[in-house]
Write a protein that binds this ligand. Sequence first.
Ligand SMILES: [Zn+2]
Length: 120
Amino acid sequence: MHELSIAQGIVDIVGQYVPRERHETVRLVRIRVGDLAGVVPDSLAFCFTAVTAGTPMAGALLEIEHVPYTIRCTDCANASTTEPGLALCPRCGSTATTIVAGTELQVMTIDVDEETPEHS
Ligand SMILES: [Zn+2]
């Protein structure tokens, strides 16, 4: 499953930025996923929960920001969001377009709980 390896990759990235002994303080991982990334957000969120279950990161949330597929026309300079994969400028019909957004698959922020657990 594609999403499962991506979820594991996200956990690996978190591991690079958050010391292992602090994994239990990870509350939220915010990612950006473009239309062209070929990721089903619901499936990715499910896989993230699955790969973190039973680990110190269990309970951490995955927040997915969707990035629409956007092209810019080199003929009329019009930028537009369009159907993923389509290279046609909706304004002038030119196919001389470049992809400016929509291929993202990035971890943006990792929120950790800075509070030390209270033992009262
Ligand atoms: Zn155009």
